[in-house]
Design a binder for this molecule. Structure first.
Ligand SMILES: Nc1ncnc2c1ncn2[C@@H]1O[C@H](COP(=O)(O)OP(=O)(O)OP(=O)(O)O)[C@@H](O)[C@H]1O
Ligand SMILES: [Mg+2]
Length: 300
């Protein structure tokens, strides 16, 4: 199969669009099922870039599908199928959806983000520098930027309507979802991260941190939902280039960020287009992440 054309946005009159995120378009199939479509949109510095990244949507979908299968013994998840030939006819009618779509069980999304951090970066690093603590965990003194933590930490956040999620304490987390569910989400998230990070490391990728979402199906079961353990929901670093003491280059967005930093752009929309060679190098990075993690090419 040759690489399919890029998809920046989907618009189908015969499918009901429920939501358009920065990267994904979500359709309603029926009352029990949704279709999550990963487009080739790329966001950097929280802005969507006008230049699509070839293969990105298919890589994100296939990485998620890979992990849902690999980690299915840890907890139940929402994936029905990512195999296009097994999707409803109304979906198969749109060939551009092949490879980039997941048919999933529809849930009521729990209004929390289950973040796990194995390394000190992002808001974890910021809080530690200011206070020596991060999300209620006291850390030893003298840690460097991007240092590996002794134990991965569960640092939940709210899904803020404003777009910027806020870290919350374990107590507030339990108030939102209830004590029993809180304990389950925490232990499950830590186990998912531990398993995935250990595996990825053997393939040359450090998963520095990640975010999981969970939802409740109609019968009340809690399912792992959304995308999981992709470069969009996690920080991926190259194991062989890892060096604490400074920020690590992002596995997937390194070239984009470096390029954008050379411009006189104030990082508010509209974002500038990317030169073809930067877009191509970025596409290669996504394919490389998929190849490293799964041991196969996208089309093999
Ligand atoms: N099984 C599911 N049932 C119900 N909703 C789901 C399910 N899986 C994922 N979702 C929701 O689908 C949406 C996917 O949207 P998406 O992540 O693309 O955009 P977003 O979260 O609004 O913004 P961002 O681009 O910042 O991620 C999310 O709101 C997610 O919670
Ligand atoms: Mg999202």
């Amino acid at each position: 199969m040759s690489s399919a054309a890029t998809v920046t946005e989907t618009n189908f009159t015969d499918l009901k669009l429920l939501h358009r995120g920065k990267v994904r378009d979500v359709y309603e199939i029926d009352e029990d099922r949704l279709l999550l479509v990963a487009t080739d949109r790329l966001s950097a510095f929280d802005c969507i870039l006008p230049t699509p990244i070839e293969n990105k949507g298919r890589v994100l979908t296939q990485i998620s599908a890979f992990w849902f299968d690999k980690l299915k013994d840890v907890c139940d998840n929402h994936l029905i199928t990512a195999d296009f030939t097994k999707m409803p006819a109304a979906v198969q009618a749109h060939a551009e959806l092949a490879g980039r779509s997941m048919l999933v069980k529809r849930t009521e999304v729990l209004p929390v983000e289950c973040v796990v951090r194995g390394y000190l970066e992002g808001s974890g690093w910021k809080d530690y520098k200011a206070t020596g603590w991060t999300s209620g965990h006291s850390l030893p003194p003298g840690l460097k930027h991007c240092d590996r933590l002794l134990e991965p930490l569960f640092t939940p956040a709210t899904k803020a309507a404003s777009g910027h999620d806020e870290n919350i304490s374990g107590l507030d987390f339990a108030k939102i979802v209830g004590n029993k569910v809180a304990a389950y989400l925490k232990s499950t998230s830590l186990e998912l991260y531990r398993r995935a990070a250990e595996y990825a490391l053997t393939k040359g990728i450090i998963i520095a941190d990640t975010k999981f979402e969970f939802g409740r199906d109609r019968r009340g079961n809690i399912l792992l939902i959304d995308e999981i353990l992709t470069p969009d929901s996690s920080r991926f670093w190259q194991r062989d280039k890892y060096e604490p003491g400074h920020a690590q280059p992002s596995f997937d967005k390194q070239f984009v960020r470096e390029y954008l930093e050379t411009l006189d752009w104030d990082k508010t929309p509209p974002a500038p287009p990317l030169p073809p060679e930067i877009a191509a190098a970025t596409s290669d990075r996504y394919l490389e992440a998929y190849r490293l993690l799964t041991g196969r090419g996208l089309n093999s």
